[in-house]
Design a protein around this ligand. Structure first.
Ligand code: FAD
Ligand code: UDP
Length: 393
């Protein structure tokens, strides 16, 4: 296929949410001819799931739980999958107890051996809170709301392990993702839509990409084939610094090592995810997939996550100096109008799956309206909040 005379309207690098959604929209919505490549041997990006040797559906790159407040995004994805209702529950192992995380009324009562109601818990937290003049870091945001003791028990160790740096060095947006509650609500997320693709993410991607205008090539790195493929436009969802050959230096990313195991017991832990904030163990959390997928099986499969500075670039690291460096690459991107940079790595943003879908739909809307003068095929509103360099389209 490579090196022949086939010419594509778009070469899309990366078959994760960003690349797959744009491929589907451009192919089905604008009748464009697409070549979608990925250097991994599968589609789905980090959301890829597959059956392990025991026949249990696992997430190769750690637990992916779909949650969003955007009906439009759910409606779009619902073209390619049915859903299983699932509200995510997480426990944290702290002081030899398993307690709900995010911290809630149950957590507070168990940790401190109290019997508070919600109002009393709020007074209790207010008495613990240590307000800071300006909340800047991931340490500030927690300590200013719930004080040092709970911060040290639940956040400091986990964050140091996860990011390889102290929360005081990380942007406040990181730990702001996790709220504290004085109710008994023990759901990890409070989004309006919380569900899992009924047959898994990979099946959903397969359906999304099943279009005669889309050709998929796997196990192929952009760098090795870029001069062999004929295309008019490029969509790049890999690391933006890599695309520009690290011209201004490397953008820092955090990685993870996943240890997948199947154990001979029906269930291993009481909920899908147990977090381990203590620095006595190197892993951050253990996931048991059957809770996410609803699969019945006499055995159970789990993943231990070990944060690492080497390996696949999973997480852009939210920190002012990293954004400064990213801004330089963003300027380069604006000077490269034939390339669209999107996705978690293309825009160096700690985006969830729904945000990446929103970003890709917004990119498509701009292409459809600006270049083709079509009435916007997907309503714009909410998707527009996600960064997508206009100049790049
Ligand atoms: P990716 O999924 O990373 O896809 C990019 C693809 O590009 C990759 O497959 C890569 O191989 C390919 N690529 C890169 N460079 C090249 C190249 N040069 N040549 C060829 N191919 C290339 N989000 C949620 O909403 N809920 C969750 O519960 C959740 N859990 C997560 C857990 C973990 C451990 C991680 C790491 C992320 C989690 N996320 C979650 C975030 C979610 O994974 C991302 O939002 C989403 O996958 C981003 O999609 P993407 O297409 O931007 O990037
Ligand atoms: N966090 C923590 N303790 C926990 C859970 C989360 O300190 O038990 C911090 C940690 O820094 C983490 C951040 O909060 O990176 C955001 O957590 P979230 O669960 O949103 O991270 P994700 O796994 O989705 O990237």
């Amino acid at each position: 296929m490579l090196g022949n005379n086939t010419s594509y309207d778009y070469l899309i690098v990366g078959a994760g949410f960003a690349g797959a959604v744009l491929a589907e929209r451009l192919a089905a919505g604008l009748n464009k001819k697409i070549l979608l490549i990925d250097r991994r041997p599968h589609i789905g990006g980090n959301a890829y799931d597959c059956l392990d040797e025991a026949g249990i559906l696992i997430h190769k790159y750690g637990p992916h739980i779909f949650h969003t407040n955007s009906r439009r995004i759910v409606d779009y994805l619902s073209r390619f999958t049915k859903w299983r209702k699932y509200e995510h529950k997480v426990l944290a192992q702290v002081d030899n107890l398993l307690v709900p995380m995010p911290i809630n009324l149950t957590t507070l009562n168990k940790i401190y051996g109290l019997k508070m109601n919600s109002d009393e818990a709020q007074v209790f937290l207010d008495s613990k809170a240590e307000p800071v003049e300006k909340v800047l870091t991931s340490a500030d945001v927690v300590i200013s709301k719930i004080g040092t003791d709970l911060y040290e028990k639940f956040f400091r160790g986990y964050t140091r392990k996860q990011w390889g740096m102290d929360p005081s060095e990380l942007d406040k947006t990181v730990t702001s993702r996790v709220p504290t509650r004085t109710t008994e609500d023990d759901r990890y997320f409070t989004d309006e839509f919380q569900c899992m693709p009924l047959d898994g993410y990979t099946k959903m991607f397969e359906k999304m990409l099943d279009h005669p205008n889309i050709t998929i090539m796997l196990d192929i790195d952009f760098n090795t084939v870029k001069d062999k493929i004929k295309y008019s436009k490029l969509v790049f969802t890999g690391p933006i610094d890599e695309y520009f050959n690290y011209k201004y230096g490397k953008l820092p990313y955090r990685s993870l090592k996943f240890i997948h195991k199947t154990v001979n017991t029906k269930t291993y832990q009481p909920v899908a995810v147990v977090n381990y904030p203590s620095e006595d163990v190197e892993y951050t959390r253990i996931t048991e997939y059957k809770y996410l997928t609803g699969q019945s099986h006499p055995l159970t499969s789990l993943t231990w996550e070990y944060p690492s500075s080497v390996g696949d670039p999973f997480y852009p690291i939210p920190k002012a100096e990293n954004y400064e460096l990213y801004k330089k690459y963003e300027l380069l991107a604006e000077e490269t109008p034939d390339v669209i940079f999107i996705g978690r790595l293309g825009s160096y943003r700690y985006y969830n799956m729904d945000q990446v879908v929103g970003q890709a739909l917004a990119a498509y809307n701009r292409i459809a309206t600006e270049k083709h003068g079509l009435d916007c095929p997907m309503p714009q509103h909410q998707e527009d909040q996600y960064v997508c360099s206009k100049a790049a389209i």
